[in-house]
Design a protein around this ligand. Sequence first.
Ligand code: THU
Length: 129
Amino acid sequence: MTQPDYATLAAEAFAARDLAYAPYSQFHVGAAVLTASGRIFRGANIENTALQATVCAERVALLSAYAAGERAILAIAVVTPTDTVASPCGVCRQVMAELAPGCSVLLLSQHGEQRLTTPEELLPRTGTP
Ligand code: THU
């Protein structure tokens, strides 16, 4: 399999930040998902006054890909408005582990600092009692 074009995927995630609806946190996060078919799906965090209804950027992008019928996820890029690379929440780790096993997860700070990881590294022992 050829390597994902991480530069393009990162650029898509940066662009996706403009789509955030984050009036409560003002923390605008962008994400982009690359599928095996070559499509890219953008996502941004969408908050709600019922805070538990908030959906993180990476889940929006991943669920958009699934809703379009995609199942083979190659890579997910996430950009947070932080000076150092931030870490996905537990719910996103669980969702990535089930919906995008084995994919590459590229975490980026607002300055482009990067960390490449996987759902399995973010959520070890998935499915193991
Ligand atoms: N958030 C994301 O969208 N992705 C992450 O990886 C970290 C956190 C969002 C959720 C919430 O809207 C805001 O950032 C503050 O936590």
